[in-house]
Design a protein around this ligand. Structure first.
Ligand code: G16
Length: 547
């Protein structure tokens, strides 16, 4: 391609809605299709990134509808803004943890991930742009706030006139002073996984007859899972299902939970169950773990993984600390206490783990929303979590159910559930939160149905590293017996508001460890409605999702 490029300055008008949520900017595709909409946002990111001249940028996405077109726009903007080297996954495919790894490994200034995570894809569905900084993690609030401010006043962006880059062929292109490199989407990531885990042990376990099924949900992890589970670890062909990324994820929500991965769940509960089942989401950062006959809730998974991580090569020296998001159950806290290591509670959003990981305060992090990861990258990592389970299983040679039951006998069980009220009118949702905030001061010390509230607050996080304060991160109602009710508004939806209510109760009695979760929490669920009045105010009779 020619060296003479003409950089064009395009006049544009700001859109006022480009505020990133919990995980980047997420909107419906038609919103992103408005004139200059993605360009405005990407230019705003570059504008607040300091000097980008000659720097490296990683670009990839989960393959959803509009992915390829925004990649071409991003390439033109990157060239015009003076980046020296742009690395792009083949066919535009890169999982979120793979982007995090590439940024760190190749010392890039940052990375653009085109994904709306577990939200559905297609011409009328969701799209998103996330930006990760040079530590490989999601841009912190300071950065996203600055980008948002910039987007509100932006009046021009830079681009070049050039033909589309063929994303299907691995290789290099030169546009002006910028090298555009199409890379193998999987190779670097798979290599990193081989460095962390004992692939020989897992391979031997699989050879001995251990069976697994991984559902890639027609999203980004298909090619990664094929390479790792089937090719490198020797799982039978067909162990990875829905392995081809599709722009509309086959019309499904690529959300690995009991609602959208019900087929996998049913298989694992059936007579034909393999030993192990797992799934990941749109962009490959979430995970779902199901043993034969046993679903492992994400909060429990974090606790079990933390308690057993020392069995795996990369963590054999032990963990430095564990971190979880505030609404995640306290099961991991009991592990940290036993291991005598630090335990950190941060707001929802992976960006809050960045400082703890960078400063070796935490090694493993996790969230109730099905994200788990470690200090190997600065994102949550779905396949890493699956491999950690597999490596532990290969060492312990016990079933998932036996390991989890043993864990509960040892540490007690944190019964836990999330009740979502989706598609609530935003004003009504705000009313629920405002009313509750107004009640907080009077809640402490009161008893409801025989349960005493010890503390009620609006969670504010004081980052121990940079001393920044993030306020209003969700309401916590803490009972004197360790039970908790947490309420917050989701930051990832694209339609109306979602109220999430998280309910948790600790049980140490060995005879009460196998109760049905909703039954075990029934009393607390009733108390939650009395305090929050979500049904009364919204008019919803039941949650739209119980997870
Ligand atoms: C994002 C964030 C996570 C967060 C999750 C749920 O995940 O990266 O840290 O826990 O959203 O957020 P909310 O409860 O606000 O909907 P993802 O996988 O969507 O990028």
């Amino acid at each position: 391609m020619s060296d003479d490029i003409v950089i064009k300055t395009v006049a544009t008008k700001p859109y006022l809605d480009q505020m990133p949520g919990t995980s980047g900017l997420r909107k419906k595709v038609p919103v992103f299709q408005q004139e200059n909409y993605p360009e405005n946002f990407i230019q705003s990111i570059f504008d607040v990134s300091g000097d980008v001249k000659g720097k490296k940028l990683v670009i990839g996405g989960d393959g959803r509808f509009y992915n390829d077109q925004v990649i071409q726009k991003a390439i033109r903007l990157a060239v015009a803004n003076g980046f020296g080297h742009v690395m792009i996954g083949q066919n535009g495919i890169l999982s979120t943890p793979a982007v995090s790894n590439l940024i760190r490994k190749y010392k890039a200034l940052g990375g653009i991930v085109l994904s709306a995570s577990h939200n559905p894809g297609g011409p009328k569905q969701d799209f998103g742009i996330k930006y990760n900084i040079s530590n490989g993690g999601p841009a912190p609030e300071k950065f996203t706030n600055a980008a948002f401010e910039r987007s509100k006043v932006i009046d021009q962006y830079l681009t070049v006139e050039t033909s589309d880059i063929d994303l299907s062929q691995i290789g290099k292109h030169q546009i002006g002073a910028t090298t555009i490199e199409i890379i193998d989407s999987v190779a670097d990531y798979a290599e990193m996984m081989e460095d962390i885990f004992d692939f020989d042990a897992i391979r031997a376990y699989i050879q001995s007859g251990f069976t697994l099924q991984f559902d890639a949900m027609h999203a980004v992890t298909g090619p990664y899972a094929k390479e790792i589970f089937e090719k490198r670890l020797g799982a039978a062909e067909g162990s990875v299902i829905n392995a081809v990324p599709l722009p509309d994820f086959g019309g499904q929500h690529p959300d690995p939970n009991l609602i959208y991965a019900k087929g996998l769940y049913d298989l694992l509960m059936s007579d034909n169950a393999p030993d192990f089942g797992a799934a990941s989401d749109g962009d490959g950062d979430r995970n779902m773990i199901i043993g034969r006959g046993m679903f492992v809730a994400p909060s429990d998974s974090l606790a079990v993984l933390a308690a057993n991580a020392h069995l795996v090569p990369a963590y054999s020296a032990g963990l430095k600390g564990i971190a979880r998001s505030m609404p995640t159950s306290c099961a991991a806290d009991r592990v940290a206490e036993k291991l005598k290591i630090g335990m950190y509670e941060v707001p929802t959003g992976w960006k809050f783990f960045g400082n703890l990981l960078d400063h070796q305060m935490a090694t493993i992090c996790g969230e109730e929303s099905a994200g788990t990861s470690s200090d190997h990258v600065r994102e949550k990592d779905g396949l890493w979590a699956v491999l950690l389970w597999l490596n532990i299983l290969a060492v312990r040679r016990q079933s998932v159910a036996d390991i989890v039951n043993e864990h509960w006998r040892h540490f007690g069980r944190n019964y836990y559930s999330r009740h979502d009220f989706e598609g609530v009118d935003t004003e009504v949702a705000n009313k629920v939160m405002q009313r509750l905030r107004g009640e907080l001061a009077s809640l402490a010390g009161t008893s409801i149905d025989g349960q005493t509230i010890e503390k009620a607050d609006d969670f504010a996080y004081h980052d121990p590293v940079d001393q920044s304060v993030s306020a209003h991160q969700g309401i916590r109602i803490l009972f004197d017996n360790g039970s908790r009710i947490v309420v917050r508004l989701s930051g990832t939806g694209t339609t109306g508001a979602t109220i999430r209510i998280y309910i948790e109760r600790y049980e140490a009695d060995e005879d009460k460890l196998a109760l049905d979760t909703q039954e075990a929490l029934a009393e607390l669920i009733a108390i939650a409605e009395k305090i929050i009045q979500v049904k009364a105010i919204t008019g919803f009779e039941t949650p739209t999702a119980i997870i």
